[in-house]
Design a protein around this ligand. Structure first.
Ligand code: ZN
Length: 314
């Protein structure tokens, strides 16, 4: 069933059935021919998002006037523009309304409407005079400054502020909620990833992704690792790691556990750790970005960027 898409309504129906508690989750999964891990994942996601149903309205009740006023103030200061955006993936240009970002030609943006989720490049931004158009939703933050070391396919830094996760996400994805931790399950030993309990087909697809340099980003902060993999779309992946044991794997894709994106990330993570072992001034926390995506976003998309190179004798 890997790769099958389930509708939100279907997921909600099964989760509510599980929450009613009349049947075991395993039974419900079995009756519907789905993996129990997947149902568990849906349930967790459902419960995590449950509070937001109440949060928004309550916040609004508390401070309706002040909130609106400060929003309005911020909007008034930002010039209202109509932006022409080019989408390289389909060679089309569309028009958007923007009063949130100081956009200039060349900036990378995500928009609402029919091109939602597809990255575009700003061609022109001119003052708006009352036109109706879909909006610009986010703009890539391409300001990167720090020292990066060679790590074969990737550039590596020990400076947590050089390329934080949220900044990298803004390069490749429209605003998305942070990916939650995965469910607790048997820990995976980094030492023998080849022994991963996944179908051979999934493992070899994941290994292809890893070899093709599709693991665009990896960041370790304490025991938490966050990554971005280029699949059909860029997907966030996260897990925790302690003493060589990987736990609570999760992926933003609709596949069931364990997916090819997770396999690719684990292989890339292991490879980078090996490189890091050789660096005398290494630190616990580190960030790595694949060279192609780094150069296309931090350099090509930022005409003011300066690249300083030096050779170190170790
Ligand atoms: Zn996945």
């Amino acid at each position: 069933m890997a790769g099958t898409q389930y509708s939100a309504r279907y997921k909600a129906k099964l989760v509510l059935e599980a929450l009613r508690g009349e049947k075991e989750s395993e039974t419900i999964a079995y009756e519907n021919g789905i993996n129990p891990n997947m149902l568990r994942k849906w349930k967790q996601e459902f419960l995590e998002k449950a509070s937001t149903v109440f949060e928004d309205s309550r916040e609004a009740e508390k401070t309706p006037i002040r909130k609106e006023a400060s929003l309005k103030e911020a909007r008034d200061q930002m010039p209202k523009t109509i932006v022409r955006v080019f989408f390289p993936s389909c060679s089309r240009t569309y028009t958007y309304y923007n009063d949130r970002f100081p956009l200039q030609p060349g900036d990378r943006v995500f928009v609402e409407g029919s091109m939602a989720g597809v990255q575009g490049e700003v061609l022109t931004a001119v003052p708006a005079n009352g036109q109706e158009a879909p909006r610009v939703l986010s703009a890539a933050d391409v300001q990167v400054s720090g020292t990066f070391l060679q790590a074969r396919s990737h550039l590596l830094t020990f400076d947590p502020a050089a390329l934080p996760y949220q900044k990298f996400l803004s390069w490749v994805l429209p605003p998305v909620p942070e990916l939650a931790e995965g469910p607790e399950s048997a820990p995976i030993r980094l030492q023998d990833l080849e022994g991963l309990e996944v179908p051979e087909r999934i493992f070899s697809r994941g290994a292809d992704y890893y070899r093709d340099g599709r693991v665009w980003y990896l960041q370790q902060t304490g025991t938490v690792v966050r990554a971005v993999v280029q699949g059909t779309h860029p997907y966030p992946v996260r897990f925790s790691v302690q003493e060589g044991l990987v736990r609570r794997l999760n992926c933003g894709c609709p596949c069931e556990y364990v997916c090819k994106h997770q396999v690719a990330v684990l292989l890339q993570y292991k490879k980078l750790l090996r490189r890091i072992q050789d660096i005398p001034e290494r630190q616990e926390d580190w960030t790595a970005a694949a060279k192609p995506v780094f150069f296309s976003c931090a350099l090509d998309a930022n005409p003011r960027a300066v690249l300083r190179m030096e050779s170190k004798t170790e």
